[in-house]
Design a protein around this ligand. Structure first.
Ligand SMILES: [Zn+2]
Length: 463
């Protein structure tokens, strides 16, 4: 059981389960091109007494953050066109005279066009007697004044955005000095092309005898990829097929190549046929876009409280070219039940989501940054891939220790996933083996670059 939840991208992979990132405090920070110094602004004078009584200086704005998946307070992480985008406004509670419920309005414009006024979707209580710090505001989606940008604003290209008004809902405006214009660029991204293949296998100990992934695992992965990857759309298809003869229990036998190697071989053959294939009579069988990545799901089969069959994940890797192929596979199942705990930090109904995002991250040439640190004595942790040279954050987190980066999950009502902020001091990059997984800016932008490259490189030949 100890190695049950391990997974990986190659023969070196060991030790995911139970490991947490350590806080060594080392790693790359200032050398990174992601590193940005915190904004330092003089705090504006407090309102003298009561609302509207202050002179034109008004309340202090700590920051305006435009976020999709992860963002810095200086908006240095690239924005993807047509991807749901939330503007978060942080006001300084100490610039209010008393406890005040506030909301706000922004304006945005594209090119030389006229300005559109856009309202916030919430209201926030500002309490100068017990003021929240900027980190506390950023770590809680309910502590910022939030705006969901309209489709016209997030189309590809440049816009200008400005905090226009802060007011008591239904009440007076609160004095606000003219705010700086924020210039944003929304960059196009190709769709994420994924074909997910559920693989059946036989488990004679349980009924039913045939094990097939539940629908929730397909949906959880699909939702997570759309929320967390640098895309606005998926080209998604899913099928269930019988696993080949090598997909038999027990999985991952010691001292042999992992079961996932054989699953990937089966998927590669399927992919070859569907993407490039001809049948024996020479007829064209190809019907899948050559830019499509294939991902295999193998269920842990925890039904009836019996044993859990955990197939450690793996991405297909060419050791000669040092390139990942566009095929990977991994386990799916419920993170924890009354019967077992695979991933205690994951409280929802599937771990196929972030697990699949890790393996698919490999297929976009993302590598192991090496967190938690590999311990050769216990075999726990993640060996650092020497070809991953640029991971900028200590301990595999999604931020430098100054909390300049904060993650953001737009959520998914269909799956009961809440919209929330993901603190950069507790969330780890999806390419690590650590808890609380999300995409750092490093991985996010790396996958976007690869998507753009593949979109050209592997485009279908015309004619
Ligand atoms: Zn891996």
């Amino acid at each position: 059981m100890a190695n049950m939840a391990n997974r990986g991208s190659g023969a070196q992979d060991v030790g995911r389960r139970g490991a947490r990132a350590r806080r060594d405090g080392d790693g790359q920070t200032a050398a990174s091109h992601y590193f940005q110094p915190p904004i330092r602004r003089a705090r504006a004078p407090r309102l003298a007494a009561g609302l509207g009584a202050a002179p034109a200086v008004g309340i202090a704005v700590r920051g305006v953050e435009v976020t999709q998946v992860v963002q810095s307070l200086n908006n240095t992480v690239r924005l993807i066109a047509d991807k749901p985008t939330v503007v978060r406004v942080y006001l300084d509670p100490q610039s209010f005279a008393g406890t005040t419920i506030v909301t706000a309005e922004i304006t945005w414009r594209r090119g030389g066009g006229g300005a559109f006024y856009w309202p916030a979707m919430n209201r926030v209580r500002m309490n100068p007697a017990n003021p929240l710090g900027i980190d506390e505001q950023r770590f809680d989606i309910d502590q910022s004044i939030n705006f969901s940008l309209p489709n016209e604003a997030i189309a590809a290209g440049d816009i200008e955005l400005r905090l226009n008004r802060v007011m008591v809902p239904g009440g007076p405006d609160i004095p606000l000095a003219p705010q700086p214009v924020i210039r944003l660029t929304f960059r196009p991204s190709p769709p994420l092309r994924i074909r997910v293949v559920g693989l059946r296998y036989r488990n004679r100990a349980n009924t039913p005898v045939t094990v097939t992934p539940d629908a929730v695992h397909f949906n959880a992965l699909k939702s997570y990829l759309l929320r967390a990857y640098p895309v606005s759309a998926l080209e998604w298809s899913q099928i269930v097929i019988d696993g080949n003869a090598r997909l038999t229990l027990p999985f991952d036998p010691p001292n042999r190549a992992a079961t996932a190697v054989f699953v990937n071989a089966q998927l590669s053959a399927l992919r070859g046929s569907e993407v490039f294939g001809m049948n024996l009579s020479g007829a064209e069988t190809a019907h899948i876009d050559p830019r499509t990545h294939y991902y295999g799901l193998v269920d842990v089969d925890g039904k009836n409280g019996a044993t859990v069959n955990f197939m450690r994940g793996q991405a297909d890797y060419n050791e000669q070219t040092k390139e990942f192929q566009m095929v990977a596979s991994g386990p799916c199942g419920v993170p924890k039940t009354n019967g077992w705990v695979l991933f205690s930090w994951d409280t929802d109904s599937s771990f196929a989501d972030w697990y699949g995002a890790h393996e698919l991250g490999h297929t976009f040439q993302r590598r192991h940054p090496g967190f938690p640190r590999y311990n050769p004595q216990t075999g726990t942790g993640q060996p650092h891939d020497p070809d991953e040279t640029g991971f900028p954050y200590p301990d595999g987190l999604i931020s430098t220790p100054d909390n300049i980066f904060v993650g953001f999950d737009i959520g998914d009502p269909d799956l009961g996933v809440p919209r929330r902020a993901l603190p950069g001091n507790t969330y780890h990059d999806v390419m690590t083996y650590a808890d609380n997984q999300w995409l750092s800016a490093h991985t996010y932008e790396g996958i976007h670059e690869r998507l753009l490259l593949e979109d050209e490189l592997f485009a279908p030949k015309v004619g």
